[in-house]
Ligand binder design. Structure first.
Ligand SMILES: [Zn+2]
Length: 159
């Protein structure tokens, strides 16, 4: 087995929606990013790459590369999963925590899990997503941005 951890933050900026786990969530602001700003998927990609011992998402998909501008982060996740599979691993389970004061995540969690499971060639039961506020403390509490922690366990494919 291999374990990996990922952490990502994006700041709020102009916009009318954000994308988390491939789900478009209407909001009074969006997340600033070179890609679609899917901070949940970015943290998951970093956790997977960490478990593989293959660096991080910025190394594999540089934000200086025009090909990555505005890219759907689900494509990045699928590419990272190809690396996982090529190395002989599969997802054991994923646990992710979204840290945000707003918007409310609860109505969207089930859809996020479905998207992530599909992209990771896994069952929904292997993919947990939860959300917490920070009681209005810190940059997430002041609604300056959203942070995500993700932990993955990989297991040998075929077990
Ligand atoms: Zn990111």
């Amino acid at each position: 087995m291999r374990i990996g951890h990922g952490y990502d933050v994006h700041r709020f900026g102009p916009g009318d929606a954000l994308v988390l786990g491939g789900v478009r969530i209407p909001h009074e602001r969006g997340l600033v990013a070179h890609s679609d700003g899917d901070v949940l998927i970015h943290a998951i990609c970093d956790a997977l790459l960490g478990a593989l011992g293959q660096g991080d998402i910025g190394h594999h998909f540089p934000d200086t590369d025009p090909a990555n501008a505005g890219i759907d982060s689900r494509l990045l996740l699928r590419r990272v999963m190809q690396l996982v599979q090529q190395a002989g691993w599969m997802l054991g389970n994923l646990d992710a925590t979204i840290i945000a004061q707003a918007p409310r995540m609860a109505p969207h969690i089930a859809s996020m899990r479905e998207h992530l499971a599909a992209d990771m060639a896994a069952a929904v039961t292997q993919v947990n997503v939860k959300a917490t506020t920070t009681e209005k403390l810190g940059f997430t509490g002041r609604q300056e941005g959203i942070a995500v922690h993700a932990v993955v366990l990989l297991q040998t494919a075929g077990l």
